[in-house]
Design a protein around this ligand. Structure first.
Ligand SMILES: Cc1cc2nc3c(=O)[nH]c(=O)nc-3n(C[C@H](O)[C@H](O)[C@H](O)COP(=O)(O)OP(=O)(O)OC[C@H]3O[C@@H](n4cnc5c(N)ncnc54)[C@H](O)[C@@H]3O)c2cc1C
Length: 496
């Protein structure tokens, strides 16, 4: 097997992984930045809205308050204050490196003032990530089309990972590292309807869990309310500019559910749309009230036109879709997991910043700030031990199980949940056979299966409704907020 030695291994080249790579290299470390597809991959390039930064040091307490309010009692205020306090330093760093933000910050849902910075209008994520990649120095070696199949772990330590070049187990590459950072993004692909790209199969969370890392709150998944049938997201900013939601009879309905109407919090709008679709069969977004739609929202306009629809002539059908994971690999404010030399940053991590409901545009912010904080700690704590690794084998499931997983999750664990269908879903997914993976797709499918079980188990255990998690049989929010640590038995219950 090809052997590579590096100071810092970063799995995932989205905003969190790429910024961590820049930062670790600036501290003098040799870095390997690895992605299972292309460097420009993951959710980051799809982000339309932008990055939220406190407008100045005096705004940090207000930004914190907005984050806490959105998070419905589960935001870790200590970690969040640390992230927001570091945010302006990262903004200044990006500007000093030549990053061009648009002239003025925008106001987005849940923010008490304009503080969301866009880059090239609604193409923020694409331009941010392209810029970060342009800044990677020579000490960062990049590896595309390398699928992380297994962590090199022993006795509560992680020393790197085994990759399959081109997704082929017969082309293994071992990258040994002093510290390993998981930045593999989210897991929306376990649902039949999602805004997330193909890469979002929860691989890093599954790898960390199999190595013994603590994973928590996997049931806390944000559903974006307005998504087209091709998975294209219609930004909240469109409703901010006057777009309205109409039911099958062409009637506005949001006032019935919330006095803020179309500008109610994301979880409320998603549930209202879901309810109206069940009751009347369809919900459409009418974008005609927006002046100059083509130029204000070019990405949205093109997504709709690509579906053969004309948003200037008629309302377009939308529905809620799985969008963002608030739970994940549990970390502290420096990205440290419960396993030595293993770190996590970005959407794969659960720092406590997003609570039970993420505030708009806080995730690119978290990716940047936690990318740099995690890199600091990973460099400081890098181990020098060399470890001879023996593979435990990589779990795989037939690719044909993917539509099964997606259908079960859509029925059991989307916007509205209850005990019977969650338990049935857990049972159905437990029955999917697991064996040795013959390729990366089979390994991804086993990861999706494990992640789906985590979501279902967490949703069953969370006998309350909070933020994005709504149980019809437990509609109230518990007085005391609590986290749910994952305890899926890998050895027998799920045969993984
Ligand atoms: C359509 C859309 C719009 C959004 N809009 C906004 C917004 O406006 N503002 C905001 O703040 N947030 C937004 N979000 C959320 C935000 O974009 C993501 O949370 C964030 O970009 C995640 O960054 P990340 O670095 O953690 O992961 P990602 O950007 O998802 O990157 C994950 C990386 O991991 C790699 N990877 C995964 N598995 C493996 C493996 N097994 N082996 C090797 N590599 C692997 C992938 O190839 C990829 O490079 C949006 C999300 C979506 C989907």
């Amino acid at each position: 097997m090809e052997q590579i030695y590096t100071d810092i291994l970063i799995i995932g080249s989205g905003v969190a992984g790429s910024y961590a790579a820049m930062h670790a290299a600036s501290l003098g470390a040799n870095v390997s930045l690895v992605t299972k597809t292309k460097l420009l991959s993951g959710s980051t390039p799809l982000a339309q809205g932008g990055v939220a930064f406190p407008s100045d040091p005096n705004d940090i307490p207000n930004h914190l308050m907005d984050t806490v309010n959105a998070g419905r009692g589960l935001v870790d205020e200590y970690v969040s204050a640390a992230i927001l306090t570091d945010a302006l330093a990262q903004l200044n760093n990006l500007i000093s490196l030549g990053m061009n933000f648009d002239a003025l910050p925008a106001l987005e849902g849940g923010h008490s003032k304009p503080r969301v910075w866009h880059i090239h209008g609604d193409e923020s994520g694409l331009h941010l990530l392209t810029f970060l990649h342009s800044q990677l120095p020579n000490q960062v070696s990049t590896f595309e089309n390398h699928f992380a199949a297994e962590l090199i772990s022993s006795g509560g330590n992680v020393h790197g990972a085994i990759f399959w070049r081109d997704g082929d187990p017969d082309k293994p590459v071992a990258i040994h590292a002093g510290s390993t950072i998981i930045a593999t993004g989210g897991m929306g692909q376990i649902f039949s309807f999602t805004t997330n790209p193909d890469e979002s199969t929860g691989d890093g969370i599954a790898l960390a869990y199999r190595s013994g890392a603590t994973v928590r709150d996997m049931e806390l998944i944000q559903f974006h309310p307005t998504v087209l049938s091709n998975g294209g997201l219609i930004s909240e900013a469109c409703r901010g500019e006057g777009a309205t939601l109409l039911n099958k009879f062409g009637m506005r309905f949001m006032q019935k559910y919330d006095p803020a109407g179309e500008l109610a919090p994301r979880d409320v709008v998603a549930r209202s749309i879901y309810g109206e679709i069940v009751a009347t069969g369809e919900v459409c977004l009418d974008l005609r009230p927006i002046e100059d739609l083509e130029h204000k929202f070019p990405t949205v306009f093109n997504l709709i036109v690509n579906l053969g629809l004309d948003p200037l002539k008629s309302p377009v059908p939308i529905q809620p879709a799985a969008h963002f994971l608030m739970g994940g690999i549990s970390t502290d404010e420096y990205g440290a997991t419960s396993i030595s030399h293993l770190f996590a940053a970005g959407e794969a991590a659960s720092t406590g910043f997003h609570g039970a409901n993420r505030l708009a545009s806080n995730s690119l912010l978290e990716g940047l700030v936690m990318g740099s904080r995690t890199a600091d700690k990973a460099v400081e704590c890098a181990s020098t031990t060399k470890y001879n690794f023996k593979s435990n084998g990589v779990a795989g499931c037939s690719k044909d199980s993917q539509p099964v997983i997606r259908k079960v999750m859509a029925n059991a664990a989307s916007v509205i949940r209850e005990q019977t269908s969650l338990a049935q879903g857990f049972d159905d997914i437990s029955k999917i056979e697991v064996g040795p993976a013959k390729n990366a797709i089979e390994a991804e499918t086993a990861n999706m299966r494990l992640i789906a079980l985590m979501v279902l188990k967490g949703a069953l255990e969370r006998e309350e409704s909070r933020g994005s998690h709504f149980r019809t049989d437990f509609p109230e929010t518990s007085q005391v907020a609590f986290h749910i640590g994952q305890q899926i038995d890998l050895s027998c219950a799920v045969r993984d």
